[in-house]
Write a protein that binds this ligand. Structure first.
Ligand code: MLC
Length: 508
């Protein structure tokens, strides 16, 4: 049998059956506990149940469900039967979900109770399974009575296992295909470089619909047998409370977060000042960690953070060493088997250390391409090298730095946001002539989304109305935090909007 994410987890589960592997916290209180054998049993029942419903290997299964133990068991069940998981933010609005349903061609949607109505409003007849995630986990909620033996589906290393949607620079999200091999390589790399073992306990406060919370945090822990203290959502108070426990069920050794999470925790901690010496790894990624925040984490937590870099298309690519020198402002060294080039973006010439160019990647962790988007896939690769769209450099010690972005993406609180997607929503409004969305530096979010809007002549439109319009069509955090009405957009001689100039108008 080929190795799959699910088979690796099963092997550990067989060894550590009675171990409590997941502990679920709702609003900071322990709600449910799950052993490996319970996870194994319910996920196998899910797999058998889905097979009996007629689902097959390679079918897409959308998980549109709040963070919960049910979500974990369902996700693993989908993995076991060889279908492709599409795990989506339960906050997506109707238009966004309409797009995902069409783009994935999903055979079934598994939703939470609250999310069910939204799917039904798009497609009354779609095969849908709605699961209650608001009450404590029980095995009976999923597929009770179905066989609980391990499924033996023929899955090859190159079969797609997961679609992770990422903000497309042209507007529409693209489903990055991650194969079994991509996911396994990624998990093995992380376990290896961060020296994860079954003695570890991870505080999991990330969403499960991104590679960060799903692949870097969940896969690694389940594969190696590290216990997970899973929070229903990120709350700085709960995270600080959990991370400061030195003994008992909740005592953790690892935290993985985005810089915004650290900043929000530190605003609390500096007033309280607990002892965090039991934590062995504080990992930060998904957005740049400013050197001043690196220093602040070191001061407040008494430990240097390990900054690392990854992408939905590749999993994790770089990390500062767990034991060696961690350089503030650097994303660190390439992970095992990840090849890196820094090239001139125009004529693809390799550059020397210290010179800034586009970062290109190759390795078993890199996606074979975007789901049903051959043109975007072709544009993303040159001779088998993945073009990240990030500009960066390497120093004399081999540490990498991201200096800028070639692609138009805003990174806010660790979420990648496409300005084009927001512009097209704003521009849809009949009162709007055009708009330009940019990201400007922000203490809380790293960057925040702002919009310059040009109205049609003679119409009246308020900032609130634009925001409401955006909230109707877009996830809340994609909506502009500031809106400026301009007479016209600044353009260069070619007629192209000068984003830098638009950004300046917000800094006044
Ligand atoms: C929430 N809000 C945001 C936001 N998240 N605004 C801008 N950017 C964000 N990321 C806004 C909401 O719209 C709302 O405003 C207000 O904040 C409170 O909402 P909330 O839902 O209570 O927010 P909160 O739970 O506090 O969320 C903050 C956060 C979250 C930092 C915990 O954004 C988060 O989980 N970020 C991590 C995302 C992540 O996992 N990224 C990994 C991508 S993978 P209003 O006005 O609407 O009321 C990747 C690869 C890699 O990048 O290497 O990791």
């Amino acid at each position: 049998m080929n190795e799959t994410v699910a088979s690796l987890i099963d092997q550990t589960a067989l060894r550590l059956g009675r171990k409590e592997i997941l502990l679920f916290l709702r609003r900071g209180r322990i709600e449910s506990r799950m052993t490996y054998s319970s996870l194994q049993q319910s996920s196998s029942q899910v797999a058998n149940g889905l097979l009996e419903m007629g689902l097959k290997k390679g079918d897409r299964v959308i998980l549109f469900i709040p963070k919960s133990l049910e979500q974990v068991a369902l996700y693993l069940g989908v993995q076991k039967m060889g279908a492709i998981s599409v795990i989506l933010n339960p906050g997506f609005k109707k238009d966004e979900m309409d797009y995902f349903l069409k783009d994935t061609g999903a055979r079934i949607v598994i939703s939470g109770k609250k999310e069910e109505a939204l799917i039904r409003s798009i497609d009354e007849k779609r095969l849908l399974l709605s699961i209650d995630t608001e009450t404590p986990f029980t095995e009976e909620k999923l597929f009770p009575g179905y066989p609980s033996q391990i499924i033996d589906t023929e899955v090859s290393p190159h079969d797609p296992a997961l679609l992770i949607y990422t903000s497309g620079t042209t507007g529409q999200p693209k489903g990055s295909i991650l194969t079994q091999q991509n996911l396994i390589q990624d998990a093995k790399n992380i376990i290896h470089i961060w020296e994860m073992t079954e003695k570890d306990v991870l505080c999991h406060a990330l969403p499960l619909f991104h590679v960060h919370g799903l692949c870097f945090a969940l896969h690694t822990s389940l594969i190696i047998g590290a216990k997970i203290v899973m929070c229903d959502e990120f709350s700085p108070d709960v995270a600080v409370d959990v991370l400061s426990r030195q003994k008992g069920d909740l005592a953790c050794t690892i935290f993985m977060g985005v810089p915004t999470m650290y900043l929000r925790m530190m605003d609390r901690i500096e007033r309280v000042g607990p002892d965090f010496s039991h934590l062995r790894l504080l990992a930060s990624g998904s957005a740049p960690l400013l050197p001043k925040d690196f220093e602040r984490i070191r001061r407040v937590f008494g430990k240097e953070p390990v900054e690392r870099e990854g992408m939905s298309e590749t999993g994790m690519n770089f990390s500062n060493p767990f034991r060696g020198v961690k350089k503030p402002g650097s994303i660190g060294l390439p992970l095992p088997h990840v090849e890196v080039r820094i090239v001139t973006p125009n004529n693809f010439e390799d550059l020397k250390p210290g010179e800034v160019g586009e970062i290109w990647l190759k390795g078993p962790n890199v996606t074979p391409g975007y789901w049903r988007k051959p043109r975007e896939t072709e544009a993303a690769f040159v001779d088998g090298w993945f073009r990240t769209g990030d500009l960066g450099k390497k120093d004399e010690d081999g540490y990498y730095y991201i200096t800028d972005r070639l692609k138009h993406i805003i990174i806010s609180g660790g979420e990648n946001i496409s300005p084009k997607e927001i512009e097209s929503v704003i521009n849809q409004h009949p009162k709007v002539s055009e708009s330009c969305v940019v990201g400007i530096p922000d203490e809380r979010w790293g960057e925040k989304v702002v919009a310059a809007v040009i109205l049609k002549p003679g119409v009246a439109f308020t900032e609130k109305e634009i925001r409401d319009h955006c909230k109707e069509h877009l996830l809340d955090w994609k909506c502009p935090k500031e809106i400026l009405f301009l007479g016209e957009l600044p353009r260069n001689k070619m007629g192209k909007v000068m984003k830098e100039e638009v950004m300046k108008s917000f800094k006044k």
